[in-house]
Ligand binder design. Structure first.
Ligand code: KE4
Length: 427
């Protein structure tokens, strides 16, 4: 498989942009080698600039749940373009996307659209602090909430992958009000509230972590989160940027039957265009300017082209039985990967919620960052390139989840499992 053009383009990229990428997750830092440069995509497939086709399990890190270039999404974007690209003024489409989100997500009575997941989580913690008048935010090791200064503490995703979970440039003054606990550790959570309860403005977590690999919140942990935040008057924030509209139409909160106070969204809600959102109880959301006094703003927030893509995507998810098909395909993939690893005698955990999952090279069930960080990253890197050389595009880090789309076919799954079986045998 020639990747000559990718190498030429990436060599130039490295002269122009730090590390040659506009987001470190793409840099292949954990697996060695160089990223492939994508020319175009369609359905479940990516095609690189050398003409190599891959079955795509990143899906732009989650957004492409209905597949690349879905005709109804493209048509909606084209129609929006005929009316203009940005007005900086209210539009009907913002109402329509807000209504879809409010209808879908149980905790959201009012919502504010922004331009990325990072903006959503940054705004959500400012809102929690402004609403409660308190300073401390609790987060969890291995959870990633975007590059928000006060949350870049023990972060997951690319921060963990590239070894900077506590980034340079984040000052002690910023991180002093961030309390970082172990995920799924009820005792630690109880102790934190016992000691700091009256100072805690909010608790933010990924209800199903994707950013240390796929690690769901255990029921006792989830219940403790809700009871302790309620008892102490703290805001419970579910960061559903990844899980929102992914694990279920209403997000992880509908599966867990836990209603947070604020939910952050991104990725799928923009259908591949730059959209984030945060929403919650009306009395909390009405603290946001201009209804209230907590400042947050954005030139391109609610952009008409982006909202058109988001509306089309959410309607496809709401009306066309996508989740049933995703569940069937995801179960087939998970089952195939587990049996292939078993046959190869490779210690592993296959952890899945809906159509997001991770094959951990780890003998122990992964419940928190301590365990996840002990996964065999050298094995993962070999497995990754074995798949790439067999036309399967896998998340380029053990600390990421993979995602299926509605366009992945049974044949794609069979081809992926066969490629995985060969790659695992070669370890
Ligand atoms: P963005 O600012 O990248 O849109 O969203 C940040 C974010 C917030 N919360 C969660 C749970 C997230 O997973 C993310 C972003 N996810 C990573 C992948 N693990 C995005 C990929 C990247 O950084 O390039």
């Amino acid at each position: 498989m020639s990747r000559e053009k990718s190498q030429q383009v990436f060599a130039r990229a490295q002269q122009l942009m730090p590390g040659g990428v506009n987001s470190p997750a793409r840099a292949f830092g954990a697996v060695g080698g160089q990223p492939i440069v994508i020319d175009h995509a369609d359905g479940a497939y990516l095609v690189d600039v050398d003409g190599n086709r891959y079955i795509d399990y990143i899906g732009s890190w989650g957004p492409m749940i209905v597949g690349h270039r879905h005709p109804e999404v493209i048509t909606a974007i084209q129609a929006a373009l005929e009316r203009g690209t940005s007005f900086g003024a209210p539009t009907v489409a913002e109402n329509q996307l807000a209504e879809l989100i409010i209808e879908a997500v149980p905790s959201v009575e009012k919502v504010r659209l922004v331009n990325s997941g990072t903006e959503a989580t940054m705004s959500a913690i400012r809102l929690a602090r402004g609403y409660t008048g308190r300073d401390v935010i609790v987060k969890f090791e291995g959870n990633y909430h975007g590059h928000v200064d006060s949350l870049l503490v023990a972060a997951g995703s690319a921060a963990a992958t590239l070894g900077v979970p506590d980034s340079p440039g984040v000052t002690p003054g910023t991180s002093q009000d961030t309390l970082t606990l172990r995920y799924n550790d009820v005792a630690a959570l109880e102790a934190a509230f016992a000691e700091h309860g009256s100072r805690i403005a909010g608790v933010i977590l990924e209800p199903v972590v994707g950013n240390m690999g796929c690690v769901p919140a255990e029921p006792a942990f989830a219940a403790a989160l809700r009871s302790l935040t309620t008892e102490h008057g703290a805001v419970l924030i579910f960061d559903e940027v990844m899980t929102g509209f992914r694990v279920a139409y209403g997000g992880a909160q509908t599966l867990m039957k836990i209603t947070p106070d604020i939910t952050t969204l991104g990725k799928i809600v923009g259908g591949g265009m730059p959209i984030g959102a945060y929403g919650g109880r009306q009395e909390i959301m009405d603290s946001i300017l201009p209804a209230g006094k907590v400042f947050q703003a954005g030139t391109l927030s609610g952009n008409p082209v982006a909202t058109a893509a988001g509306i089309a995507t959410l309607k496809l998810l709401r009306d066309h039985g996508v989740y049933e098909r995703l569940e069937t395909r995801a179960a087939q993939l998970a089952d195939g990967l587990h049996h292939a690893a078993q046959a190869a005698g490779v210690p592993h955990q296959l952890q899945r919620v809906g159509s997001m999952m991770t094959l951990f090279f780890n003998p122990d069930p992964v419940t928190d960052w301590d365990v996840s960080s002990k996964s065999d990253k050298a094995q993962f890197a070999k497995f990754f390139w074995g798949l790439m050389d067999r036309g399967v595009y896998w998340p380029c880090s053990q600390y990421e989840a993979l995602f299926l789309s509605d366009k992945h076919t049974e044949e794609d799954i069979a081809q992926t499992v066969a490629a995985a079986a060969e790659s695992l045998q070669d370890l």
